[in-house]
Design a protein around this ligand. Structure first.
Ligand SMILES: Nc1ncnc2c1ncn2[C@@H]1O[C@H](COP(=O)(O)OP(=O)(O)OP(=O)(O)O)[C@@H](O)[C@H]1O
Length: 261
């Protein structure tokens, strides 16, 4: 029999809340994320998805609650840890894919440099190795190797987003946060990107938290789903279960596309 006693979540979120004055951003959010699991967070505009993601990723200070991350078998609260330690996590164990690629890329640095920089942040020093790995990753995100010295400002929206993904995944992070990774792109470009992301998630066994208002994105990528409304989690469960048999009235509206999300 499997010893379930030794299993520990990668991330444990407890009672996370953040308000903006009297306006609720997110309130009392709790969940566990297991290694290799992808959690989708859905909800209409203004439901608190981005606030929650930013609090999880240490980019926004919550008013209360804990974000515990597994470090060598111990769950450490990343909210109360010293800032330099949290920044280090952001460079090593965590990755953040922004909706707008320019927020996650250095637009005036070459594509290879954008990828190589992350490797250097975790200690890589050998120029040849860094370039080889960058080249390999450009290939994995379907960017031709001869574009390695081009700047992302010369790339299309889809290419920029794929480059941002390469930059984030090259170091093998243990947890990836994604904010609307396919948002703002043409539909055909979205489909290709989604396909690519699905391949990478499966191949690398990625643990991720993905915020989106696009149910097709969670259908393809997320194992589990959290539905948010007015800052609160109203429903949570396995993705297919929630989408095929939504229990909460709000989720039913969301799934039946009555709500404009
Ligand atoms: N900087 C801010 N100042 C004041 N209120 C904010 C701020 N950021 C978000 N809010 C409010 O917090 C609530 C949640 O917003 P949030 O951006 O987290 O939602 P969202 O689900 O990510 O929306 P969208 O899908 O449109 O990005 C909203 O009522 C929003 O108006």
């Amino acid at each position: 029999m499997k010893d379930l006693g030794v299993m520990q979540p990668l991330l444990r979120v407890e009672g996370l809340s953040r308000s903006y004055g009297s306006r609720i951003g997110c309130a009392d959010v709790s969940f566990d994320l297991w290694p290799g699991e992808v959690m989708g967070i859905v909800g209409e505009s203004g439901s608190g998805k981005t606030t929650l993601l930013n609090c999880l990723a240490g980019q926004l200070e919550p008013d209360g609650g804990a974000v515990l991350f597994d470090q060598g078998g111990v769950l450490v609260d990343t909210v109360t840890m010293p800032e330099p330690q949290r920044r280090r996590l952001g460079r090593t164990d965590w990755a953040f894919v922004h909706q707008h690629a320019h927020q996650g890329l250095r637009m005036n640095v070459s594509a290879g440099g954008n990828v190589g920089e992350r490797l250097m942040a975790v200690g890589a020093r050998h120029y040849g190795d860094i370039r080889d790995q960058a080249l390999d990753w450009l290939g994995r995100v379907e960017i031709a190797g001869d574009r390695i010295d081009d700047r992302p400002s010369a790339f299309s929206g889809g290419m920029r987003q794929r480059l941002q993904i390469a930059r984030n995944l090259v170091t093998g992070p243990r947890l990836v946060f994604m904010d609307e990774p396919t948002g703002g792109l043409d539909v055909s470009v979205q489909a290709r990107l989604l396909d690519l992301l699905r391949g990478l998630v499966r191949e690398m066994g990625l643990s991720a938290v993905i915020v989106t208002h696009d149910l097709a994105v969670v259908r393809l990528l997320a194992d589990r789903l959290m539905v948010m409304k007015d800052g609160h989690v109203v429903e949570t469960g396995l993705t297919d279960q929630v989408l095929d048999d939504p229990q909460h009235g709000y989720t039913q509206l969301l799934v039946s596309s009555v709500l404009q999300v």
